[in-house]
Design a protein around this ligand. Structure first.
Ligand code: MN
Length: 498
């Protein structure tokens, strides 16, 4: 049996999970050559929240980071996390923007693209996968793991088959909440190996303390790769630490070999970086907490909730709101909770508690019900859907959501030119997602823009004095909320549904 391989996540998910994505390129570069010579099968260095963080907090061009890391670690494939049609944002982008993003990224040195959709609607992965393949790079189709009555091993395996048909060269199981149990990990890997026959990677978090045990079970079932990090950017809400995982595999026929002295060198180095990022770290992220298994929501979501509810003066409603989450998930077709659906379901759960169940439905939740994010895994609650259709005057969208979006690159390029910004693809695709931050970065000559609120998710009610267009273009008549997700502003309109 082949040894299992480890991908290392310290330069992306490790610090995203444990230090609010604040590790700078300067803090990464000294470790990159060491990480490169370890024998990891991949280094996850890009995507997820890192692009946002580079632009918003660190005053860095994310493409420059990728090039610098590629130069410092040329031998190990670089992996990025791509949210399908959402790229690295929360809304859908037109196909030509997704294509330009992938091409620019491939040209800058990206090797492996982990591509997922929050609803597991494979149509939202199609453009990204096709473009990655056209660039001669590796497309890893991700299955977002969640627990619900419609998420059976069989359903996940069917999804794996779909991803294979689409041309993905490998399959990832993305357990963003760290809730996959060893038995399920074993069964799912075994069935995927049997039915799909592509290399399988398991990605989990140690939030509830299951991560390392689930990796071990997956390795016994024949998984090809698992993802580990380097402590202290590991364990807790992050990936299991590489050293711990190796200890767990001691004597196992599939254990990989790593130089313990070099691992220790990395540990000592990252210990220092962790101290430098002290104000972004938190004991709540470091500890193992089984709450997540009861509430079945991503760890970050629970801590965000506490902040969000405090701001709304609803701290005493915490239990009620978390109990409302499964109600909202069920009504919206049991959607997995991952960016951006975790934020949307959380907001709606809060609104159900605050205003009464389904009395007010936030715009993104309406859009999910109407199929604008794609097809939900289960049926939408017919009563909720009827309310949304009546209120919005819109019907359910059944086609691929991006079919409704006109090509946007030419218009965006013109906007960049009008603002005196460069008009190359790298700038334009970043501008498409983070217009103010890109402008501030380029015109400010690298000075970080003013930091956004520290709380990753906040919701504030504001008077509807200046109604803005909702994401679907309908003028907002009702209450206007400004939702800030990881510092990114998100205009949400809510309308009373009687
Ligand atoms: Mn993750």
């Amino acid at each position: 049996m082949q040894p299992v391989t480890f991908n290392n996540t310290v330069l992306r998910d490790g610090h995203q999970s444990l230090a609010a994505t604040r590790m700078s390129t300067a803090q990464m570069l000294p470790a990159a050559p060491i990480l490169d010579e370890m024998g990891f099968s991949g280094l996850e260095t890009w995507g997820g929240a890192t692009i946002d963080s580079c632009l918003r907090y660190l005053g860095e061009n994310p493409f420059d980071r990728l090039r610098a890391l590629k130069k410092a670690a040329p031998r190990t494939p670089q992996i990025m996390l791509l949210r399908g049609q959402n790229i690295v944002q929360y809304a859908s982008f037109a196909d030509d923007v997704v294509e330009a993003f992938v091409r620019a990224n491939a040209a800058a040195g990206q090797d492996v693209f982990r591509i997922f959709d929050a609803l597991n609607d494979v149509r939202n992965l199609a453009t990204a996968v096709k473009t990655v393949l056209a660039c001669g790079k590796h497309a890893r189709g991700e299955i977002c793991y969640t627990i619900s009555p419609v998420h059976t091993v069989e359903a996940f395996v069917e999804l794996g088959v779909e991803l294979q048909k689409m041309g993905c060269q490998s399959i990832g199981i993305k357990d963003m909440s760290g809730i996959i149990s060893p038995m399920v990990a074993f069964e799912l890997v075994k069935e995927l190996k049997r039915r799909v026959g592509l290399p399988i990677t398991l990605h989990t978090h140690d939030t509830a303390g299951l991560g390392a045990a689930s990796y071990l079970a997956a390795i016994d079932a024949g998984v090809d790769a698992v993802e580990t990090s380097i402590a202290p950017f590991a364990n807790g809400t992050g990936q299991p630490d590489t050293v711990r995982m190796l200890a767990l595999l001691k004597g196992h026929p599939r254990s990989p070999q790593f130089d313990p002295d070099k691992l220790q060198e990395l540990r000592v180095y990252f210990e220092d970086v962790y101290k430098q990022l002290g104000k972004f770290t938190s004991p709540a992220n470091e500890r193992v907490d089984s709450d997540i298994l009861i509430f079945q929501v991503p760890g970050g979501m629970l801590s965000n909730f506490r902040t969000q509810l405090a701001e709304q003066g609803m701290s005493d409603k915490f239990d009620q709101v978390v109990r409302e989450i499964p109600v909202v998930r069920e009504a919206l077709g049991w959607i997995p909770l991952v960016t951006p659906t975790s934020q949307i379901v959380g907001t709606q759960a809060m609104m159900n508690v605050k205003f009464g169940r389904w009395k007010m439905i936030c715009q993104p939740a309406q859009d999910i019900a109407l199929g604008k994010y794609g097809k939900a895994p289960g049926p939408i609650n017919p009563e909720v859907l009827a309310q949304v259709e009546k209120q919005s005057g819109q019907k359910t969208v059944t086609e691929r959501p991006a079919n409704l979006l006109a090509p946007a690159m030419d218009g965006l390029r013109k906007q960049c030119a009008d603002k005196g910004l460069p008009t190359d693809d790298e700038t334009v695709v970043l501008y498409a997602m983070f217009p103010q931050q890109v402008e501030a970065l380029i015109k400010g000559g690298g000075t970080p823009p003013a930091p956004a609120p520290a709380a990753p998710v906040t919701v504030r009610s504001t008077p509807a004095e200046a109604p803005k267009a909702s994401p679907s273009g309908t003028p907002a008549a009702g209450k206007h909320l400004v939702l800030s997700i990881n510092g990114g502003r998100y205009d949400v309109t809510v309308e009373k549904l009687d």
